[in-house]
Design a protein around this ligand. Structure first.
Ligand SMILES: [Zn+2]
Length: 397
């Protein structure tokens, strides 16, 4: 299969005008302006599939629930709303979330899974996923439970299992140590919410012994210069979730400072309960607006840098940088085609800026994961009814 467009954005090299991507055996074989495409997309760009580096697909029906509440009552209300759900309800949300990701140009997610349903939904629709099983100290023996939960996950080439100790205010340091030790014994990745809100009052130094290049720090809104130096020294990668942090009134992470310190930084939507949707295009624009407003500088975060966060840098942050994130020979063929014909960004000035400012899920024409077409705008619409039923059930509480 050879797909061409006005521009190909490989993200580990300069944009290719009238370029094409040759896909063979599930991998990128060649990116060039000398190929004869089977199909050419006019007024469009081909880019690496977006990497949503922090999601909770199982909360996909919770958009805007408790909007405007302070962080603690907000999270308590979500816990109440969730309390009547059964596994099938979480699975329905996971299926809807996987579809929303693929339809929005996302080819990889790194998800914190509460009810262990995300792998099943991702496999069913062909989305690549790191599935961190989420652990809380109120589970009693989270590390003991975790071994069995990991063993029960379906094994599949698109799925990387992982572990997520939820956050320092819900997981004791001892449980962090046990969970991270288990992850390291199995060679699987870890992610944890860190320095998100005023609830994170534990000194970061308490976790210094467990944090490392294999433990992703999600949020870092409250990272001061000491925290940034500590994390950079330990090689900890991070994920920025600007819409979630802004909507919950938590603030916004010090992105230029994190980048200057050399942290690998990805971008994630977090759950729709806080971020409203799994729309990574909106997330990229929010990252730019908030970084520039906070720094009072237009060069605080560039469109190119934020697109790197949503692709190649995000892949690196979650430990998949060798296999995905850019359109380079031998990487897995994960890509998306974005139509910009109905936008004010044509004729082209700069295709990266046009994609970042003009991208929406509605303008995604095609999404390919591992060389397979997993979303096609010309295909049928998704069944939204199961996820709506779950939302109705939550609103009843
Ligand atoms: Zn989260």
């Amino acid at each position: 299969m050879i797909l061409g467009a006005d521009w190909v954005l490989p993200m580990d090299g300069p944009p290719v005008r009238d370029g094409a991507v040759r896909i063979e055996g599930g991998v990128v074989a060649e990116v060039s302006d000398r190929l004869q495409p089977d199909r050419h997309f006019a007024d469009a760009v081909i880019l690496p599939g977006l990497v949503n580096a922090h999601t909770h697909l199982e909360y996909g029906s919770m958009s805007a629930m408790g909007d405007g509440l302070p962080f603690s009552p907000w999270i308590e209300q979500l816990i109440l709303r969730k309390s009547g759900l059964v596994r099938d309800d979480y699975l329905a949300q996971s299926h809807a979330g996987v579809h929303a990701c693929l339809a929005g140009g996302v080819t990889t997610i790194a998800d914190c899974s509460y009810a262990d349903t995300v792998a099943e939904a991702a496999i069913a629709q062909g989305l690549r996923a790191i599935v961190y099983l989420e652990a809380f100290s109120d589970q009693g023996d989270p590390a003991g439970l975790m071994a069995g939960r990991l063993d029960a996950l379906p094994s599949h080439p698109l799925i990387t299992p992982g572990i997520s100790p939820h956050a320092p205010y819900t997981v004791t340091t001892e449980h962090y140590q046990q969970l991270v030790a288990l992850a390291r014994a199995r060679g699987i990745p870890v992610a944890t919410h860190l320095l998100e809100s005023e609830r994170d009052i534990q000194p970061l130094a308490d976790l210094a012994g467990v944090l490392g290049p294999d433990t992703v720090a999600i949020h870092l809104v409250r990272a001061d210069s000491d925290a940034i130096s500590l994390l950079a020294g330990l090689g900890v990668p991070a994920v920025h979730c600007p819409r979630s942090n802004a909507l919950l009134g938590c603030g916004t992470a010090p992105v230029p400072e994190l980048l200057d310190a050399g942290l690998a930084l990805g971008l994630g939507t977090d759950s729709p309960a806080s971020a409203l949707t799994f729309d990574m295009w909106d997330e990229m624009r929010a990252a730019i607006l908030l970084a520039r407003a906070r720094a009072q500088r237009p060069d605080a975060l560039s469109a190119e840098r934020v697109l790197r966060m949503a692709t190649v840098d995000g892949a690196r942050a979650i430990g998949l940088g060798d296999s995905i994130g850019s359109l380079a020979p031998h990487k897995r063929a994960d890509l998306t085609v974005l139509d910009l014909s109905a936008t004010p960004f044509l004729p082209w000035e700069d295709p990266i800026t046009a994609a970042v400012y003009g991208g929406t899920p509605d303008r995604v024409l095609l999404t390919i994961v591992d060389g397979q077409i997993r979303f096609n705008r010309d295909g049928g619409a998704a069944d939204t009814e199961p996820a709506r039923r779950v939302r109705a059930k939550m609103l009843d509480r």
